[in-house]
Write a new protein. Sequence first.
Length: 212
Amino acid sequence: MEKFQKVSGIAAPLDLRNVDTDMIIPKQFLKTVVRDGLGEALFFDLRFEPNGKLKPDFILNRKPWSNAKILISGENFGCGSSREHAPWALRGFGIQVVIASRFADIFYNNCFQNALLPIILPEQRVRKLMEQATHADKATFSVDLAKQTITTSDGSVTFEIDGERKQALLDGRDAISHTLEQIDAIREFEHSYYSNNPWLKKSTQDTLERHA
């Protein structure tokens, strides 16, 4: 997974509450199991007219917000189904940080597995950042994960984040790579376990051969 350290770029205000994962990436785009191309489908129904043309009034279709790296939204962002395609689509579009006062739990967890930083701030602070981001000349923000700061033209604010999750993002480590770091201990356990239960090893091998 890509290491996350510092992001500087345009912040886009999406003044909506309860943005669900179907809104982020509609169901017709869930057939793929790869991440490539999903950025084009981000907020599909909000971004596109039925004829396929971009809706000129939607924030992510307008410059400079069409190049946003940071998204600021209302509470309960990422609610709905547990589709991991939602953070894939955000990252595919170029969004690396989402700021809200509250996230749906599964979406929040999925973000950390996909180098997407979800930042929780008090509602009043989110509203202030969102208002600032509506002005193109003030919409450039800088997010420093190591320092846990968001810096804007009006100053800097700090945010809280779980230390283990923070370090995993800084190291570019997802759940799979974290597991692989324990590979020697896993192999040692497997060897010891099968040594003490040789019948189980044979049963496992027979099962694998039957399904090969």
